[in-house]
Design a protein around this ligand. Structure first.
Ligand code: FAD
Length: 821
């Protein structure tokens, strides 16, 4: 047999073994068997045979634990300890928060699809559905966003009362405390609906149900604290806020300079051990109307009054009644024309009893851990759901508007330039809906997915920014001129708020998604790090050895899997589906292997420096997010019963390739970048941006009534009633099916032939009736349609006095506040 044959045989064997991830022992046996056969039948030279037997000897030695540990793992462990990036306690707390879910599978290079596809379909209970159809629908009906955002700069009293009375602030509070105890999915659906109506109402409802007093009390409060506060919060007798951010500590929230010093003092006429608080917070949502303040500060006990032996405890959380002497509260910030209640709070020498600490003294110093743990859930729901609701409303409205708005004698949605934008809006919104609903379902299944929380927060708010911009473009001047008739402007202005709160987006993308994911989700990295820190040295080195060699095999396997799947376009990789979505599952398998391989090369070559290379980390985070979002789309499509008409939307989810390309283009070690490129893109770029025909299929579905339009925008407030533009736009869209053929007849038989000379539609209808182009009934239909359309297309106008705010800040107050900050 020729040498080429043997070379190919050895290469193919090695690739198969690596692809299948066989153990080192099995690989050694397989190699030994192949070598024996080759030595017997092959015609290699003595030197060549000797070299091959040396390789076998090396493999055998690698199988010997004592040899491996002494000559490889132990020396490497010493270097590894030096390479480990330094980590503060707050970073460690953040890393350990929450659970690893589907994000962990994507790090394996071969995700177990069964884990995702077998997850229960998120569903509303009859009670939750009744709440959405009842109080939630009613709250939307009662809401006049222009009145709230322009005239009143607040919710009217009846809305506050209704929100409190119906338990909107109590969705996460258990029934035994008088709350609604909704599932994460139901909570998300409520926010989707409210945000399709008013960003201010949605934010007002979102905050008490997100990270804040109720959530913290539920998980860490003492029984007395829960028994006192939770029923009061559930009934709306207490309005909560949570204050972490201050003028000096924004993104770097753990650096807050606010202090609480344990000391003795007089409280309600007697001397007690309490805490003297000094703090300055800003941007605090609901603070101006809050009755109870959740507060984060650093706790000190200089006189060791707590008997713990520590003088510094670190970040600690407490609940302070609003009217505590020394607290200054009530002024408001003005978040981009969406004046939900938000403002600063200051405290000067505020003395409070020690039992204000959430969870009591035993939780002193645990504040940061408490916050990051609970953020894993809240961040998956509040902003992702609000962003999705607003985007669904924008798609619903833009589809209808682009149909009823005619320019150049046709619906503007029929122009390719507009269609491209509409398709992008619908594609993005489908991804958002899939991600928020499937992830909420996972939370209801017991997960607290911390890395997906960061991905959802970042990507869904960024996608909402894109959808918001696109909706503005589709609407032209109609979107720009504010007033009661404008249903887009306030949502557009709300986007930067969503981008900034709960961890500003640039920071989330650059530091959190991959930074946390790489350590938390990677099958070996955390094991290696823990082994390196193990106090029992023998145990540590054994554990390190097992993790290190597992890791090496994993990296080699992922390089091979990436290469093979890139060559074959993953056609042979195993996936759960054989139907229309089969290829999409396979593409994710391929990118999972490429991503896992690139991650390992980056971590191995850059070590702790990768933390500083934020752009590389951000791009790897983008790849992870693309795969995550695409997986959510596949599961969502399955959850919705695999509706073939929605397939064009599914196709929109694949963009991981671009991010991997930019990662390779910017990787500092060019040799490694070239090597990775061979393994990841041996055939170059094989995916392309969505095509125009694909986009057209999506647009066809949203420019008219269709099941796809209904499914993609499900859950928004679309009731047909005066004052709800969404309902009225859809009504006009339905009427367009009848009116458009009549309009066309008027144009073709009347205007083009010169029988009709009027320039506007009412005049043309009149003439068409006179010359017999339209019957009385048809003319009435067209007149009615035209009236409705013009009503929707109109924008508001004002006198200068109506627009002027009227009250200016006195300059001296402004100066004083700047110097305080
Ligand atoms: C309307 C509103 C409501 C809010 N509600 C609350 C509330 O109820 N309670 C509360 O405690 N806080 C609240 N916040 C505060 C919010 O969480 C902070 O605004 C946010 O954490 C960012 O802080 P900052 O605005 O000071 O931005 P900065 O920290 O000054 O950051 C400025 C920019 O730099 C970026 N950046 C910072 N560090 C990095 C990095 N390492 N890498 C890349 N980019 C980086 C940020 O992403 C941001 O884009 C609210 C804020 C607003 C505007």
């Amino acid at each position: 047999m020729s040498s080429i044959f043997w070379v190919l045989l050895f290469i193919a064997g090695a690739l198969i073994l690596a692809y299948q991830r066989v153990s080192l022992r099995l690989a050694t046996f397989a190699y030994a068997a192949a070598l024996l056969t080759y030595t017997w039948f092959g015609a290699g030279s003595l030197a060549w045979n000797f070299a091959l037997w040396l390789v076998l000897a090396a493999l055998v030695l690698l199988n010997l634990d004592a040899f491996r540990i002494r000559f490889i793992s132990r020396p490497f462990l010493r270097t590894y300890r030096r390479m480990l990036p330094s980590m503060s306690q707050t970073e460690k707390d953040a890393l350990e928060a929450g659970t690893v879910w589907w994000d962990g599978e994507l790090f394996t290079g071969g995700p177990d699809w069964e884990k995702l596809m077998s997850a229960a379909v998120p569903k509303l209970s009859p009670e939750e559905q009744a709440f959405l159809d009842g109080p939630c629908e009613e709250l939307c009906r009662m809401t006049d966003d222009w009145d709230i955002t322009h005239r009143r700069a607040d919710l009217p009293p009846q809305l506050w009362d209704y929100i409190k009375a119906k338990g909107f602030f109590a969705m996460i509070i258990p029934k035994k405390y008088g709350g609604l105890e909704f599932s994460a999915y139901a909570h998300s659906c409520v926010l989707v609906k409210l945000s399709s109506r008013s960003g201010v109402v949605a934010s007002t409802v979102a905050v008490p149900n997100s990270l804040g007093p109720a959530e913290l009390l539920l998980h860490y409060g003492t029984e007395e604290q829960r028994a006192y506060y939770l029923p009061r919060l559930a009934r709306g007798e207490e309005v909560p806020c949570f204050a972490l951010t201050g003028p000096r500590a924004g993104s770097d929230a753990a650096s807050i300079p606010d202090t609480g010093v344990v000391c003795k003092g007089m409280y309600e006429g007697r001397e007690i051990i309490g805490i003297k608080l000094n703090f300055s917070k800003r941007y605090i949502t609901l603070a101006p109307v809050a009755t109870v303040l959740g507060l984060a500060f650093k706790l000190y006990d200089p006189d060791l009054l707590l008997g713990d032996g520590r003088t510094e405890f670190g970040i600690t959380c407490a609940l302070i009644p609003r009217n505590t002497p020394g607290v200054t509260i009530g002024r408001r910030h003005f978040p981009l024309n969406n004046p939900f209640q938000n403002g600063p709070i200051q405290g000067k020498d505020v003395f409070v009893p020690i039992d204000v600490l959430i969870g009591g003294v035993k939780m002193a110093g645990q504040g940061w851990r408490m916050l990051v743990e609970q953020l894993s859930v809240g961040r998956c729901i509040s902003l992702p759901s609000s962003a999705t609701g607003a985007s669904k409303a924008a798609v619903f409205a833009s589809g209808a508007y682009a149909r009823i708005r005619k320019q150049f004698n046709t619906s503007v949605g029929n122009f390719e330039g507009v269609a491209e934008v509409l398709a992008r809006m619908a594609g993005h919104t489908y991804i958002m809906d899939a991600a928020r609903s499937v992830t909420a379902g996972a939370i209801d299944g017991g997960e607290k997915p911390s890395v997906p929380a960061a991905m959802l927060k970042y990507h869904l708010t960024e996608l909402a920014r894109s959808v918001g911009n696109d909706a503005m473009d589709v609407h032209g001047g109609k979107g720009i001129c504010l007033g009661p008739k404008n249903y887009l402007g306030r949502g557009y202005e709300m986007v930067p708020v969503a981008i900034t709160v709960e961890g500003a987006n640039m920071l989330t993308r650059s530091l959190i998604i991959f930074g946390q994911g790489a350590i938390r989700c990677h099958p070996f990295v955390l094991r290696e790090m823990n082994a390196a820190k193990e106090k029992d040295k023998r145990k540590g080195v054994r554990e390190f050895d097992s993790a290190l060699f597992g890791h090496l095999g994993f990296t080699i396997s992922n390089a091979v899997r990436s290469f093979v799947m890139a060559l074959t376009l993953a056609r042979f990789s195993r996936v759960p589906e054989s139907g229309a979505t089969q290829r999409y599952f396979q593409h994710i398998n391929r990118f999972s292997a490429s991503f896992a391989f690139a991650t390992d090369v980056a971590m191995l070559s850059l070590g702790g420096y990768l933390k500083k290379k934020e752009s590389l980390s951000a791009r790897l985070g983008d790849v992870l997010s693309c795969m995550y979002l695409a997986s959510m789309v596949l599961k969502h499509y399955d959850n919705e019963g695999n509706q073939a008409e929605d397939l064009p939307l599914v196709e929109w989810a694949y963009r991981a390739q671009e991010q991997l390309h930019s990662f390779l283009r910017n990787f500092p070690n060019r040799f490694l970048a070239g090597f990775m490129r061979v393994c990841i893109f041996p055939r170059g770029q094989t995916y392309h941006a969505p095509s125009d025909p694909l986009g057209q299929k999506i647009v066809d579905a949203i420019l008219r009534t269709s099941m796809t339009r209904d499914r993609a925008t499900h859950g928004i407030y679309r009731t047909v009633e005066a004052g709800n533009a969404l309902g009225l736009l859809h009504e006009a869209l339905v009427l367009a099916d009848t009116a458009e053929p009549l309009e066309k007849r008027v144009r073709v038989e009347g205007v083009k032939t010169g029988r009709i000379t009027a320039l506007d539609m009412p005049g043309q209808i009149q003439q068409a009736l006179a010359v017999g182009i339209l019957s009385e009934t048809e003319a009435a239909v067209l007149r009615d349609y035209d009236r409705r359309v013009m009503d929707l297309i109109h924008v508001d106008d004002f006198t200068t006095e109506e627009l002027a705010a009227g009250v200016a800040s006195p300059p001296e107050v402004r100066v004083a506040r700047v110097s305080n900050a």
